[in-house]
Design a protein. Structure first.
Length: 318
């Protein structure tokens, strides 16, 4: 990375005109009153449920000597030792096996993101949690997350993910147009989380590396905008199933903002994003701590599989 590269203008999430989008209003036409009401009924409970975000400093991030890379780029990369990876695998292997068995038993047509994810319970995996706390503290990741968010952070969970080339959830979104090159770029819309991604096998550009748009964590989203994007995510209206897109098209324009926005960008907007996107592959390291409110994605797996452990930190007072 060249010196000064992160000081370039921060890329904002483009405004998407869904009224002229070929997979939305142009496909479904003008919504009737009953569909407009149904769309509001679907999103309003989530807008109300997460209204606390209107009163929080959702853009809070602090620049210190320890958080410099995380603040500037949105992420920082480390390399765990082989012994540390083997410790993680010794506890993750049963979950990896469970995911792979579940996928084999599930038809592709009904596989979802949940088909490739399993959460590790602290009650069941107490020894693993204790060992991971030591590992994370050794690299000052607790301290880094806390300094970055400006408040004490706690470990809230781990999940194992196994991706393969047959996973249908992040590709072939539309029946009438191809996916843009920015497919699956999204923000998490979280209030104060920091995450880590740990690779448990070798990940190359063809096995679904995590990608991150440099400095996108510093894009200051308004509180209401972040609330709307989160509400669409939680109500599943930011997904691209045909029935979800038809309901989303019936929302008022002010509510047509997604957390998972990358699928809907036009070709002119994709070039700008991809010019600032960095791939996290195994030759660079095997642990990445990152701000999930920056623009990120896991790429489609073209060959082999990607096995990761995700670590989630959240505000201790939350």
């Amino acid at each position: 990375m060249e010196k000064g590269e992160t000081d370039k203008k921060i890329i904002e999430i483009p405004h998407i005109n869904y009224h002229s989008h070929p997979a939305y209003r142009l496909l479904f036409g003008r919504p009737n009153l009953s569909l407009r009401i149904a769309a509001l009924k679907r999103i309003v409970p989530y807008l109300w449920g997460y209204k606390r975000m209107l009163f929080h400093d959702v853009n809070r991030r602090v620049r210190t000597a320890l958080t410099e890379d995380l603040y500037q780029n949105g992420f920082k990369i480390f390399r765990l030792s082989e012994d540390e990876i083997q410790f993680i695998l010794s506890h993750a292997q049963p979950y990896i096996h469970e995911i792979e068995q579940g996928k084999e038993a599930t038809p592709l047509a009904i596989r979802t993101h949940r088909s490739k994810v399993r959460f590790l319970s602290e009650k069941k995996e107490g020894r693993f949690y204790e060992g991971m706390k030591i590992l994370l503290e050794k690299r000052r990741l607790y301290q880094m997350a806390s300094e970055y968010r400006g408040c004490p952070m706690k470990l809230v969970g781990f999940c194992v993910q196994v991706g393969d080339k047959d996973d249908p959830d992040i590709k072939n979104h539309f029946e009438n147009i191809p996916d843009p090159d920015t497919y699956y770029f999204h923000i998490d819309g979280s209030e104060s989380q920091v995450k880590c991604m740990i690779y448990l096998n070798e990940v190359t550009t063809d096995t679904g590396p995590t990608c991150y748009v440099l400095g996108s964590n510093r894009n200051k989203l308004g509180r209401f905008e972040l609330l709307v994007r989160l509400a669409n995510d939680k109500s599943r209206l930011d997904k691209c199933r045909r029935e979800d897109r038809e309901v989303f098209s019936a929302l008022p324009k002010i509510l047509q903002k997604k957390a998972e926005f990358g699928n809907d960008l036009n070709p002119d907007e994709t070039k700008n994003f991809l010019s600032r996107s960095v791939e996290f592959t195994s030759d660079k390291g095997n642990l990445m701590i990152f701000d999930p409110n920056g623009y990120h994605r896991g790429k489609v797996v073209k060959e082999g599989k990607r096995v990761v452990l995700q670590v989630i930190f959240a505000a201790a007072h939350g």
